[in-house]
Design a protein around this ligand. Sequence first.
Ligand SMILES: NC(=O)c1ccc[n+]([C@@H]2O[C@H](COP(=O)([O-])OP(=O)(O)OC[C@H]3O[C@@H](n4cnc5c(N)ncnc54)[C@H](O)[C@@H]3O)[C@@H](O)[C@H]2O)c1
Length: 355
Amino acid sequence: MILETTYNSNNYPIIVEHNALEQLHQFIQGYKDIVLVVDATVNNTWSSALAFLTSEYDAHKVIIPSGESTKSLTFYAETIEALLSRQLTRDTCLIAIGGGATGDFTGFLAATLLRGVDFIQVPTTILAHDSSVGGKVGINSQHGKNLIGAFYRPKAVIYDLNFLSTLPFSEVLSGYAEVYKHALLNNEAAVREIEQQYSDATELKALDEIEYYLYKGIETKLNIILQDEKESNVRKYLNLGHTFGHAVEYTFKIPHGHAVMIGIIYQFIVSNQVLNQDFDIEHYIQYLQDLNYPLDIISQFEFDALYALMLKDKKNNQQGVQMVLLDGIGNPIVKHVDKSILLQSFELLVAHFKK
Ligand SMILES: NC(=O)c1ccc[n+]([C@@H]2O[C@H](COP(=O)([O-])OP(=O)(O)OC[C@H]3O[C@@H](n4cnc5c(N)ncnc54)[C@H](O)[C@@H]3O)[C@@H](O)[C@H]2O)c1
């Protein structure tokens, strides 16, 4: 399946299929240098599948640490200095092969190397159906997640679904959070459909029909980012679950999507308070338990520390915390939420896990 952005210029294709990697060659013709930036675990697990890239395209390979530790200023400085020592020119293409951390990091390298060189996303996780599309790239700061970055479009997204076969279940769960988020942003039918398809951990492990749900997720994201690339209005909706989720992820160093799922539950509770919604919190908690999300960590949460991090969220304004809430499934809005409501909702959330 192929999707394509529809900006006025600088569009890019998103190829979502098994063996998509075979199509990479058409996007890397004519560059003086090609640099593969590869997640260490992916490099080990998929060494033979990736070997042809270095030999056939005479590409230079940089192996980066797996996961979030890559997205640091220190590692960024080290990597960009190492690349610059190779006398690269602007006629260079970086290829990010890994999950969202690899894509965010490599995209930021590409945006800043010689004031910008081309890059291609080769996502290898479920979560990266989200992160590889939309051109947000960046690294973390000691003040919070993704606070150093740019909007910088890739030349192509080559999503080879073969990679998903080696994902540990914990990463399947992490990625599923963003797929589920996209269904919540769509409509009730989409949520019913996905909850039926992946009704428990066994069903989710099987990943049947995942191609369809990834496609739907990317389509939802595209509809939003094509209206608002730089997040001045509707793109904020994609942050559903992220205000609280980022604070949890940053504090407890758990996978991004595990934290986002907790953020989504928290958002339901806040929406019930602020928007007089009637979301069935027990249903959503039970669903996450059926999928085997590790939710016990919630009993360790402390409001003050998480609130301090929520205050650093990029969506905030002079009023304070701005959250994406659901005024009904498929109807997101961005709203200021007072500290007292945040605290009350927090206590309701934690109470479920201290029973
Ligand atoms: N730019 C955006 O729009 C955007 C959107 C959502 C999330 N993100 C970012 O994405 C990151 C999370 O992405 P992620 O969940 O893909 O995390 P990740 O890149 O850290 O990968 C998760 C783990 O899976 C391993 N892995 C990757 N592919 C594998 C494979 N095929 N087989 C086995 N193991 C594999 C990695 O080594 C890592 O340990 C966060 O940094 C988050 O901030 C960015």
